[in-house]
Design a protein around this ligand. Structure first.
Ligand code: FES
Length: 172
């Protein structure tokens, strides 16, 4: 009742007003962290983009409910109908698994009793992150990785499908 500050939705105009109060606003050395509803984060991203803030200075935490959308799972399966061999290096061990079309790498490894790290299984937390040393991996969800990580070859096994037979992933 006694609140004297701004109030209302965090839309573009409100965000501009708030950011004008940040002492280092717009300075490239700042790092920007977002967490909240999808719409608000989109508004923030738009504003940061208008201010020409480099993408590698922007981080966001996204939350989604449940496991990855079944439609997305089958979408890749229709592209590639072949089971693919994947080599996983983790904790000093090397494992070879055959990943069936439409199945994820993590899911297959867990089904085979291989104890790999994971948490959300939705491509967001990066607990399952590994580096693809060779081969091609298609991700159903890329939001969890920054562009720099993708460029370096990092993949998320929980949403990853092998597209070639020479996939080698190093975890940890
Ligand atoms: S388990 Fe969270 S991104 Fe893979």
């Amino acid at each position: 009742m006694n609140w004297q500050g701004l109030s209302g939705l965090l839309n573009h105009d409100m965000l501009v007003k708030l950011f004008e109060r940040i002492p280092d606003w717009g300075i490239e050395k700042s790092t920007y962290l977002m967490c909240g509803p999808e719409g608000m984060m989109k508004n923030v991203e738009t504003l940061l983009s208008e201010q020409k803030i480099p993408k590698d200075k922007i981080f966001k935490e996204s939350f989604v409910q449940g496991i990855i959308d079944k439609d997305k799972k089958t979408a890749v399966g229709t592209e590639d109908k072949k089971a693919r061999e994947v080599t996983i290096r983790y904790d000093g061990q090397e494992y070879k698994i055959m990943v069936e079309p439409g199945k994820h790498i993590l899911e297959t490894a867990l089904d085979e009793g291989i104890d790999l790290p994971y948490s959300c299984q939705s491509g967001l937390c990066t607990a399952c992150r590994g580096k693809a040393l060779s081969g091609k991996v298609k991700l159903d969800e890329e939001e969890g990785l920054s562009q720099a990580e993708r460029d370096e070859g990092y993949v998320l096994t929980c949403v990853g499908h092998p597209l070639t037979d020479d996939v080698v992933i190093e975890i940890g």
